[in-house]
Design a protein around this ligand. Structure first.
Ligand code: LMR
Length: 337
């Protein structure tokens, strides 16, 4: 409803690039996580650099913690120009018809961050961004968060422990299949609703990098976490295409430079933010942390690997193969070192 009203307002104005009363170009940057997360801190960094580099011609307004829009709404808001910039997780592009993004959700597909960055910054990343253009959205860059850990109110050691558990997932069919392959019952839920969902038992467990887990206080409502690193969570920074293309060239160039610096900063801090969050969860003593044995990890891996094949047609064999070959190239280089 909110969105529809905004849409009518914007259509009535017939514009998507707006200057405020002070003559500044305003970029509304909406996101769903806390400010003290990799994405939250990067949004602040971008604001600082963008305002500096455009010498005040641009003002970036950040709306964290789903203050303006929840998961699905924020993408609609971007498309109609109610906000100009977002950084949704890569799992949230499927419902807008860009199912190829779900390659990032495939369990265990990225053996390390080096493979991940090469895939994001290479041909696969470009191909994915090209899919967005017809939807009025333009991809600028990819940001990192981290590998996800599983949590619940029962220990999650063996695959059998998932049986019948209601697990919150993002709106990705690959994540749905992943939870089903473990024997769980996946439930799509907006990020802003997860804490309450867990507290009230609407869902029993979830998966997230620890930075998201801790900053949403999920440790208060989850007794067990397994350091499983079974899949990945990262972001695409996207803008409203019409807005971006309508910017004066000098402004756009300055913003591109700000974004490039921000991406380097973001990827630098992501691991550290997750490490610190894990230390805080341990210190809170609310959640028992289990580190998987190699045998346990192998059992999960065997249960989840068929998901790759299941999604070959949806994601594209070529995209999946490109990730595999990047992974083996990185592996070879690591062995040589
Ligand atoms: C989630 O919904 O679990 C995450 O995508 C939230 C985020 O943006 O990191």
């Amino acid at each position: 409803m909110k969105i529809r009203t905004a849409m009518m307002f914007i259509l009535a104005l017939g514009v998507s690039t707006l200057a405020n009363a002070a003559g500044e170009i305003v970029i509304k940057f909406s996101h769903v996580v806390a400010p003290d997360t990799p994405k939250g801190r990067a949004a602040e960094k971008f604001k600082q650099l963008a305002e500096e580099k455009t010498k005040g011609k641009v003002k970036v307004e950040i709306y964290p913690n789903s203050q303006l829009y929840k998961d699905r709404e924020e993408i609609e808001a971007l498309q109609i120009g109610a906000v100009q910039m977002l950084a949704p997780s890569l799992s949230k592009f499927g419902p807008m018809g860009a199912r190829e993004f779900e390659v990032f959700d495939l369990p265990y597909i990225f053996p390390n961050k080096e493979t991940l960055y090469r895939v994001m910054d290479g041909d696969v990343g470009k191909k994915l961004f090209a899919k967005l253009e017809s939807k009025g959205v333009m991809g600028l860059t990819f940001w990192d968060n981290g590998f996800k850990q599983m949590s619940a109110n029962r220990p999650l050691i063996n695959v059998a422990d998932f049986k019948g558990l209601k697990m919150r997932i993002q709106s990705s069919k690959v994540l749905d299949a992943t939870m089903k392959a473990l024997g769980a019952n996946p439930q799509v839920m907006a990020f802003s609703e997860v804490y309450t969902g867990l507290q009230q038992g609407v869902v029993d467990g979830t998966e997230n990098p620890v930075s998201n887990f801790y900053t949403q206080k999920m440790n208060e409502v989850q007794k067990y976490m397994t350091i499983s690193q079974h899949n990945y969570l990262g972001y695409a920074v996207v803008v409203n295409k019409k807005f971006w293309e309508g910017l004066p060239v000098d402004v756009r160039t300055a913003l591109e430079s700000a974004m490039k610096e921000t991406t380097a900063f973001e990827r630098d801090i992501a691991q550290q933010e997750n490490d610190e969050a894990l230390a805080k969860v341990k210190a809170a003593k609310t959640t028992d942390i289990h580190y998987q044995s190699p045998k346990e990890r192998l059992d999960w891996y065997k249960a989840l690997l068929p998901v790759h094949k299941e999604f070959e047609d949806v994601i594209g064999k070529d995209i999946i193969q490109a990730v595999y070959s990047t992974a083996s190239q990185v592996e070879k280089e690591l062995v040589k070192k």
